[in-house]
Design a binder for this molecule. Structure first.
Ligand SMILES: *[C@@H]1O[C@H](CO)[C@@H](O)[C@H](O)[C@H]1NC(C)=O
Ligand SMILES: *[C@@H]1O[C@H](CO)[C@@H](O)[C@H](O)[C@H]1NC(C)=O
Ligand SMILES: *[C@@H]1O[C@H](CO)[C@@H](O)[C@H](O)[C@H]1NC(C)=O
Ligand SMILES: *[C@@H]1O[C@H](CO)[C@@H](O)[C@H](O)[C@H]1NC(C)=O
Ligand SMILES: *[C@@H]1O[C@H](CO)[C@@H](O)[C@H](O)[C@H]1NC(C)=O
Ligand SMILES: *[C@@H]1O[C@H](CO)[C@@H](O)[C@H](O)[C@H]1NC(C)=O
Ligand SMILES: *[C@@H]1O[C@H](CO)[C@@H](O)[C@H](O)[C@H]1NC(C)=O
Length: 373
């Protein structure tokens, strides 16, 4: 019976999944300068974070170095890795920088994106000694600190799909987190310096698929990449996109995204993991587990019922025996006989092996014999 309920539940879920297949694109919002920015994941032009408490003077060595750095990043935008890490040092100042374009875009699109990032960061973070800028298809950062090889998780950028998830949220969250787990390991396995993007696809129902992405910057050692992604994925069900059908958590060093639509251009050079075990299979597994549990519970209940029945029958029998004894031997026999436990051999001996001569009557559950000690 329990498994039937389980099955019906899944069916109902499936219907509700069909209701929200498409995304509604709404308003355009962008934010600057907030340590954790949450905004609707719509057409996002750019998000930048400039450190205001640490600035440089115009025309200083730092300024010159920064301009050189940004031009180097921009001139490397069409390289095959889709990313570039560099450092400019002169005098006693250094500036470190990197950019990373999404793995699914063309070099031309990457170039456009980096140019926009440079333009926006130069105008909005004009005198900041460090800045992080997220543009739709790319990401760029620079700093006076050597941030390379260190997992940095601040500032956090949360972008969420506005649509609420309709259905069993706990199951969906599990599916997202399982996908992120798989993607994380795959990303950390990609050698440093390469395109560290992995995409995932999972059919969660017959008509609905979950799409995911995890990325790390190329400078991160595998363990730093992995721990950064653990924290990014952990923000999905809590901080970023609670109850939503999609969203992104973007850190300077890594990022994750999930949606119910394919948000990337599939192509042969992308790392796409097609994950097995769709919800139907898992619901089948769950049905099996529920069946096993209900069987065990039924057996236990049955045993319990049987022992209750047995106990009450024993009580009845005890009572009956009391009555019989009283009938046969009078009230005073009750106390002395009741507590006695008889062995079959003892009874056999005492009744002269149930001889007819010793039989004194019939009770409700057998014959009654006279016992001689
Ligand atoms: C940007 O990020 C930093 C580091 O997380 C944070 O402290 C700061 O509040 C954010 N905003 C500005 C203006 O730097
Ligand atoms: C800027 O502020 C952040 C905290 O918001 C602090 O961690 C950092 O050390 C400050 N930087 C400088 C150069 O004062
Ligand atoms: C910086 O240098 C440029 C010329 O290279 C000059 O026009 C400008 O006034 C200088 N700015 C400051 C603040 O010194
Ligand atoms: C790319 O960056 C390097 C420094 O990292 C720089 O020397 C070079 O001029 C840049 N441009 C190209 C086209 O390689
Ligand atoms: C090093 O930089 C500081 C400003 O950050 C400047 O005052 C100092 O003169 C510089 N020293 C040298 C040797 O360039
Ligand atoms: C950011 O850069 C793009 C492209 O260069 C430009 O069109 C846009 O106006 C910039 N945004 C801001 C706020 O400066
Ligand atoms: C997921 O579903 C699509 C059709 O909707 C199918 O082409 C694809 O093979 C399925 N993938 C898996 C892993 O089952």
């Amino acid at each position: 019976m329990s498994s039937l309920i389980g099955f019906r539940y899944e069916q109902r879920n499936m219907h509700s999944f069909l209701l929200f297949q498409f995304l509604l694109l709404l308003s355009i919002t962008w934010f600057c300068s907030s340590s954790t920015t949450t905004s609707p994941d719509t057409n996002f032009p750019h998000v930048c974070n400039c450190t205001r408490n640490s600035t440089f003077e115009l025309n200083t060595t730092y300024h010159t170095n920064l301009k050189t750095l940004l031009s180097w990043l921009s001139s490397n935008a069409t390289n095959s890795a889709g990313s570039h890490i560099t450092k400019v040092s002169s005098g006693n100042s250094s500036v470190y920088g990197l950019f990373q374009c999404n793995a699914d875009i063309t070099p031309e699109k990457c170039q456009k994106c980096i140019d926009q990032a440079v333009y926006n960061v130069t105008s909005e973070c004009a005198t900041s000694k460090e800045a992080v800028v997220f543009v739709k298809f790319c990401f760029l950062r620079y700093s006076y600190r050597d941030f390379l090889t260190i997992a940095e998780e601040s500032p956090k950028i949360f972008l969420l799909n506005l649509k609420d998830y309709v259905g069993q949220l706990a199951t969906f969250n599990n599916e997202v987190s399982e996908m992120m787990y798989t993607l994380r390991h795959a990303v950390a396995d990609i050698p440093m310096g390469s395109r560290r993007f992995v995409y995932g696809e999972l059919n969660i129902t017959a008509k609905q698929s979950l799409y995911g992405m995890a990325k790390c910057t190329p400078d991160l050692p595998p363990e730093e990449c992995s721990s950064c992604l653990v924290n990014a994925a952990a923000d999905i069900p809590t901080g970023c996109c609670k109850g939503k059908i999609g969203g992104r958590v973007l850190f300077p060093s890594c990022g994750v995204r999930f949606e119910l639509y394919r948000f990337y251009e599939p192509s042969s050079h992308l790392n796409i993991l097609r994950l097995g075990g769709n919800r139907k299979n898992r619901s089948h597994q769950r049905q099996i587990i529920i069946s096993i549990i209900s069987t065990v519970v039924s057996v236990l209940l049955l045993c319990f019922g049987c022992s209750l029945c047995f106990l009450s029958r024993r009580r009845q029998r005890k009572l009956l025996r009391g009555i019989l004894l009283r009938e046969s031997f009078g009230d005073e026999s009750l106390a002395s006989f009741e507590s006695l436990q008889f062995q079959l051999s003892e009874i056999q001996a005492a009744t002269n092996n149930f001889s007819q001569g010793n039989k004194i009557g019939r009770g409700g559950f057998g014959e009654v014999y006279k016992v001689t000690w």
